[in-house]
Design a protein around this ligand. Structure first.
Ligand code: KIV
Ligand code: ZN
Length: 505
């Protein structure tokens, strides 16, 4: 709405190219390594999404990097496949040998990089950069040139080196905010001023050290940048890069820029990358986080149930997400009623009041009520006998300092008896491992959270175990049990949660 008031002050391009570097800078996330096979799968998904360039890796770094680039190239994707190279013949040849159609060459230009890292003069750096672009163009390949640490480089030198590579035939110049030091106003100044001196398209590569990578990328587009470097989930060196999903959704929905991105694939891609990299997204991550379309507060839920736009800037379907109504202490009667209706549970006003009070009181204890919990709560209030698909027939544990803690469980799963014995780091771990091993063939339910607290004091204290279990479809349930025996309490809590999920299915 307000953007319309300032659009005429912007130099917005018709469209913005997405240069995705998940497989290069994203892989530089501390602790992350992506196999060739995984890189191929990510590249296919990035291509299906519709990004323009996929930076497949740094071929000079290893044979795996070269293999990944070659294999990705063989897929014949629509996206251009790029390899990173320093302006060194060996690096450039390593990329050229992979057969890719795009080379991203970079060299540090700031005084810090010149003095401490490269130990080279401005002139030497400039001449190496021009030679590299010449070499790339001689091989008929698209050339993108990055002045690494551009945002801490003297402006006159930056202009000079970018102009020199443009004259040598570079197709794009990229402006890396290597350590994320820009703020939107300075970024706007820089892109505007570079734009005045250059005719080739400007690309930006913003790091998130101060949480400004997306804002700096967007303001660059406002200043006329035609390409943005992104990574899925904002992965990348240190605090990461500008997140693909946030940049794309802002460009499309806030600025109204036309892009050929299949946004409905974003959540799936984010989950996939999170799985293979092991980097979990916080629930409140914009666009793709678990809570991005979740509502708990009564006023919000009321609004969303009447008209989703009241509290949602875009529909969850636009990015392949789903709306969630969470029950907790802020939940209003309307949300609980709508959930019960969804499950076809008919209740009297009196029964409803009871359920409502229980949801609020659990919320006050800091416990969120999942859908499965609400169903179990309602059935309790209505007086329906608690159904159990999985029943405990018996279990035993052996523990001590000279034996490996071992548990044996015997479960009745819908009439069928199954047993398993498993070890663990302690008796509780062994018992839960044994239950999970019996259930692994029949369900995909896993323990997501385990909490224990002593309710009373003494060696015969009552222990309260609270667990959260979940399955791959996103069904979640809490389970709890209180007894003097912590292993028994754990087993009962786990089975309580498992039964709630199975009944929900
Ligand atoms: O952050 C950076 O400067 C880089 C360069 C390789 C472009 O990743
Ligand atoms: Zn980077």
């Amino acid at each position: 709405m307000y953007i319309e008031k300032v659009k005429d002050q912007m130099n917005l391009p018709e469209t913005v190219r997405i240069f995705d570097t998940t497989l290069r800078d994203g892989e530089q996330t501390p602790g992350v390594a992506i196999t060739v096979e995984e890189k191929i799968r990510v590249a296919k998904r990035l291509d299906e999404l519709g990004v323009n360039v996929i930076e497949a890796g740094f071929p000079a770094a290893s044979s795996g990097e070269r293999e990944a680039a070659r294999e990705i190239l063989k897929l014949g994707l629509d996206a251009q496949i790029c390899g990173l190279a320093r302006p060194l013949k060996g690096d450039l040849d390593a990329v050229i040998d992979c057969g890719v159609d795009y080379i991203h060459t970079f060299i540090g230009t700031s005084s810090l990089h010149r003095k401490y890292k490269l130990k080279m003069t401005k002139e030497e750096i400039l001449s190496k950069s021009v030679d590299a672009v010449d070499y790339i163009k001689d091989h008929g390949i698209v050339a993108e040139f990055s002045a690494e640490d551009a945002t801490r480089t003297e402006f006159d030198y930056l202009k000079e080196i970018y102009k020199a590579v443009e004259d040598a035939g570079a197709d794009y110049i990229n402006v890396p905010d290597t350590v994320g030091v820009m703020v939107p106003t300075s970024m706007k100044w820089l892109i505007n001023n570079l734009n005045e001196h250059l005719s080739i398209p400007i690309s930006v590569h913003c790091h998130d050290d101060f949480g400004l990578a997306v804002a700096n990328s967007l303001i660059s587009v406002e200043a006329g940048a035609g390409q943005v470097h992104t990574t899925v989930n904002g992965l990348g060196e240190r605090a990461g890069n500008a997140s693909l999903e946030e940049v794309v959704m802002s460009l499309i929905t806030e600025y109204g820029i036309k892009m050929n991105i299949k946004t409905e694939k974003l959540v799936n891609l984010s989950e996939f990358v999170s799985r293979i990299t092991g980097v979990k997204m916080p629930p409140n991550k914009a666009i793709v986080g678990e809570n991005a379309f979740a509502h708990e507060a009564g006023i919000h839920v009321h609004g969303v149930l009447e008209k989703a736009e009241t509290y949602e800037p875009i529909t969850p379907e636009m990015v392949g997400h789903t709306r969630k109504i969470i029950l907790g202490k802020h939940t209003g009667a309307k949300a609980i009623k709508s959930k019960l209706d969804e499950y076809g549970i008919d209740i009297t006003n009196e029964q409803f009041d009871k359920i409502f009070r229980q949801v609020k009181s659990l919320g006050d204890k800091g416990i969120c009520v999942t859908d499965a919990d609400l169903k179990a709560l309602a059935e309790n209030v209505i007086g329906k006998a608690k159904e159990e698909i999985v029943k405990l027939e018996g279990f035993s544990v052996m523990t001590g300092n000279i034996v490996m803690p071992t548990a044996t469980v015997k479960l009745n799963i819908d009439g069928e008896i199954k047993t398993a014995a498993k070890t663990g780091v302690g008796p509780v771990d062994a018992a839960i491992n044994a239950i999970q091993s019996v259930l692994v063939d029949t369900t995909d339910i896993e323990l997501q959270e385990y909490n224990i607290k002593a309710v009373t004091g003494g060696t015969n204290a009552l222990a309260e175990v609270f667990v959260i279990m979940g399955d791959k479809k996103g069904n979640r349930a809490t389970g709890r049990s209180t007894t003097e025996d912590i292993v028994m309490a754990s087993v009962e809590a786990v089975l309580d949660a498992i039964n709630k999920i199975l009944l929900l299915r």
